[in-house]
Design a protein around this ligand. Structure first.
Ligand SMILES: C[S@@+](CC[C@H](N)C(=O)[O-])C[C@H]1O[C@@H](n2cnc3c(N)ncnc32)[C@H](O)[C@@H]1O
Length: 205
């Protein structure tokens, strides 16, 4: 699995690898986010999704392995005039709070299976009752897409997410949506083309 050095190298230029605009699925849920609520964005990279949630009026914390990513997230927040608490951290090494957040957004955070299950359990516990997990990730069908020239996602199938595994991970929550979709990604230069992704909305009961 890629470490901090890999991500630092990816983010060292001025351009935003996945663009400055938020993920379209996350943005489509804007009316579900209540101003003043608390949000956490683990693996927020260069900050596009954390900044979007802050623009929705949420109090946002973001985490990422990459110091370069965190620095760019802070600059993006400053440029947009919003407050973002962006920290460099390994989400698997973190002491997670419980019953704290209204929204936890997991966008393209492709972890190996053990870490993924642990992260999902901690994320669910970190939600307040009624809080939402919003997740989008590539499925194993993306490997064929990559062969056809689509850009995006790990090339290791073990890092790709099956909808049925997400249903199991978030089984204690109310799953409002968990479906695989084809979507034409236009996110910076590294998520481009007709892609196979899973989208999940899970609500803590
Ligand atoms: C494909 S990028 C997606 C970035 C961002 N979520 C977005 O959609 O623009 C994956 C991000 O996850 C971060 N990441 C991977 N493993 C992590 C970990 N264990 N702890 C914190 N961040 C991690 C990487 O540093 C990278 O920024």
């Amino acid at each position: 699995m890629a470490g901090a050095d890999f991500w630092d190298e990816r983010y060292e230029g001025a351009a935003f690898a996945y663009g400055e605009a938020p993920n379209a699925f996350l943005a489509s849920l804007a009316d579900r986010f209540t101003a003043g609520g608390r949000a956490l964005v683990p693996g927020d990279g260069e900050g596009r999704n954390g900044v979007f949630l802050a623009q929705c009026g949420l109090r946002v914390e973001t985490l990422d392995l990459s110091a370069q990513g965190v620095a760019k997230a802070r600059r993006l927040a400053a440029a947009r005039g919003v407050t973002l608490q962006a920290l460099q951290a390994d989400v698997l090494a973190l002491d997670w709070p419980v019953a704290t957040y209204d929204v936890i957004a997991l966008l393209y955070l492709h972890l190996p299976v053990d870490g993924r299950h642990a992260l999902h359990a901690r994320a669910l516990a970190a939600l307040k009752v009624g809080g939402l997990i919003v997740l989008e990730a590539f499925t194993p069908r993306q490997i064929d897409r990559q062969r056809q020239g689509v850009r995006g996602g790990p090339r290791d199938a073990a890092l790709l997410y099956e909808p049925r595994d997400l249903r199991a991970d978030f089984g204690e929550a109310e799953i409002e949506l968990c479906e695989e979709v084809e979507t034409d990604l236009r996110e910076g230069t590294l998520h481009v083309g007709e892609s196979a992704v899973v989208r999940l909305i899970a609500r803590r009961e």
